[in-house]
Design a protein. Structure first.
Length: 599
């Protein structure tokens, strides 16, 4: 990249130099420009002493020491005889001689320029330059960088690490495996959601084994020039073979490895060529060359099946989201360099961050340090982590947003509705806190605190969650008897759960245990469009009916619970309006007191 401006500057300065030369070589004659007839008049009058003739130009010096220049008519042959007649000393300068350099340049310039431009392009192509290095792989040799990571930098995905241990062993000492005659996998596919640490893992393997690391992203292969991707693949593998033992890491391989022939409108020939070349290179390995190809993707479902065939990326290593212990360990890694206050409990933070990936947690740790720094604190406290978590999850607090009182009241009842249902139902996670401070796009929030990670959910839990989601809207209807748009997100999520209860999880008696995957997956280019819809109209109607029944039942039940506990609803809303944020414990206190008073 840096080469380009330098070369362009060079080119421009050459051109400027030529122009300067040109102007100088033509401007060797100086003096006052006059008409030819006036010039000849001066000659006739005998006042001209010296005359210099140069091509069409003549300059003359008079006895008063003035210099005049003018141009002669092309076929004016009487000039010399006239000068003789008047006894003027004159001199003829060769036009060739005066501009020798210029003459050479002017005839050779085009050729020199063409050669220059040609050399310029050749240089760019060889240099692996980003713009002009079409055919060269864009891989980066991350020797030093990658070697800085080891398995110690990766936490919470112990099983994935164990599976990759074998690869590290092989890279450390390929001969050990060769002696036994075993076939080592040539391709490993890391599968996991974004941010789970796939890239980090690949680097850590290189670091553990202390081998060369070539990394390239799938999208680097897909270029506007046909054939570039394929030649990049060839080049990448050639480079890696030269530097064996080593790792080729292809990040986001789905960009190049999608099903062939899946594109709408003719497909992408370039991508297919690249993919074919990749397959060829993978087949060319006999495994004992000491090069291992690691690829990462978060969409294994869209990969071409040829890629995952034996002998290619036949080993899949799933990189899952970390569980609670994993999160604690990852937090440990990312807070190692931070100055933490005494009260910071990483286990508690891990508990409060279900579903966070490694990248989310790294972000959380960094964010809390920033929050503490902004307040000029010496150490990072638990409150900063709390604040950072809410910010990462829900967007920044918008304290300055001015909300009319009646809207605030509606929000308070809405959130109180959510919170009370969540607090009362055993199937729903306990309430962590409730707030009516706007955050991100939400006017208020009810946060739950999962007690442990959930891998599957019972139907009763889902129905509890549905009721919790309905709590906001039901409270609004109960108290104000009007609806606001604030509940639209709740309703959307509730409907989606109800839909999956019926279509994906087979929990509905009318429909039965059938998986009807009509929703959810995004349409993948042409393939899914071509797929026939395998649901009959009558079944579709039935589904719609059941979904709406589930949602409406949940709403009615929620309404009844809130009606029976309307005093609690008033009390919690009141407290929310006073304090803006209340904790789960405070809600439990209110619940306990009011229910106790009742009996
Ligand atoms: P992916 O490639 O799966 O999208 P990355 O490897 O790019 O995720 O992760 C981004 C960052 O998140 C890493 O650089 C690291 O700081 C952090 N991270 C992710 N997973 C982990 C983990 N398991 N242990 C420690 N840090 C992690
Ligand atoms: Mg990545
Ligand atoms: Zn709500």
């Amino acid at each position: 990249m840096q080469n380009i401006p330098k070369n362009i500057i060079l080119l421009i300065s050459i051109i400027i130099g030529i122009i300067v030369l040109y102007t100088f070589s033509t401007k060797t004659m100086s003096g006052k420009e006059i008409l030819f007839s006036d010039f000849m008049d001066i000659v006739e009058s005998g006042q001209m002493l010296n005359v210099t003739i140069k091509g069409n130009q003549i300059s003359g010096q008079t006895n008063t020491n003035e210099t005049f220049i003018t141009n002669t008519p092309r076929y004016y042959n009487d000039l010399v005889p006239q000068l003789y007649k008047r006894g003027v000393r004159f001199n003829v300068e060769s036009t060739e001689a005066n501009g020798l350099l210029f003459a050479i340049l002017s005839s050779w310039l085009p050729i020199i320029l063409i050669i220059g431009v040609w050399i310029f392009f050749m240089k760019q192509m060889q240099g692996g330059n980003k713009i002009m290095g079409f055919g060269k792989s864009r891989s980066k040799m991350l020797d030093e960088d990658a070697k800085r990571f080891t398995f110690d930098d990766v936490a919470g995905i112990e099983e994935s690490k164990e599976e990759l241990d074998e690869i590290v062993e092989f890279l450390r000492d390929p001969s050990k495996f060769e002696k036994l005659g075993g076939r080592i996998p040539t391709g490993v596919l890391l599968v996991g959601e974004p941010g789970t640490g796939k890239t980090l893992l690949a680097k850590a393997i290189a670091g553990e084994a202390q081998v060369a690391f070539f990394s390239i992203s799938g999208s680097d292969f897909v270029e506007m020039f046909v054939g570039v991707g394929a030649s990049r693949v060839r080049d990448l593998f050639a480079q890696a073979r030269e530097n064996a033992p080593g790792i080729i890491f292809i990040d986001e391989i789905d960009a190049v490895g999608r099903h062939r022939g899946a594109g709408l409108g003719g497909g992408n020939d370039e991508r297919e060529q690249t993919l074919n070349q990749l397959l060829v290179e993978l087949d060319g390995f006999n495994g004992n060359e000491g090069v291992i190809v690691i690829a990462a993707t978060n969409r294994p479902d869209v990969l071409d099946s040829a890629l995952t065939r034996p002998g290619r990326f036949d080993r899949q290593v799933v990189v899952p989201k970390p569980d609670i212990n994993g999160r604690q360990k990852i937090l440990g890694i990312h807070t190692k360099e931070l100055k933490l206050a005494e009260d910071v409990d990483l286990k508690k933070i891990a508990q409060a961050t279900p579903g966070f990936t490694g990248a989310d947690l790294a972000n959380l740790a960094n964010e809390s340090a920033l929050i503490a720094a902004r307040q000029n604190k010496k150490t990072i406290g638990m409150v900063d982590f709390e604040e950072a978590r809410d910010k990462v999850m829900m967007g920044k607090e918008r304290r300055s947003m001015i909300i009319p009182d009646d809207e605030k009241k509606t929000t308070a009842y809405h959130e109180a509705g959510h919170a009370i249902i969540a607090a009362m139902l055993d199937e729903v996670d306990p309430v962590h806190k409730v707030t009516i401070i706007p955050r991100g796009r939400a006017l208020g929030l009810t946060m739950l605190l999962p007690e442990d990670d959930k891998y599957s959910q019972k139907e009763s839990q889902l129905r509890g969650i549905l009721m919790m989601m309905m709590g906001g809207r039901a409270a609004e209807e109960l108290i104000f008897n009007h609806f606001t748009t604030g509940a639209s997100n709740d309703l959307e999520r509730a409907t989606s759960i109800a839909n999956r209860i019926v279509c994906n999880w087979g929990m509905n008696k009318e429909i039965g245990p059938i998986h009807l995957s009509a929703s959810g997956d995004e349409v993948f280019l042409g393939r899914d469009l071509m797929r026939k819809r395998n649901i009959s109209q009558s079944l579709a109607n039935k589904i719609d009916k059941e979904v709406s029944k589930i949602v409406n039942t949940a709403y009615q039940k929620t309404m009844k619970v809130l009606k029976d506990n309307i005093n609690i609803l008033h009390k919690v809303s009141q407290k929310l309006l006073e304090q803006e944020t209340i904790t789960g414990q405070e809600i439990l206190d209110i619940l306990g007191k009011m229910q106790g008073a009742h009996q």
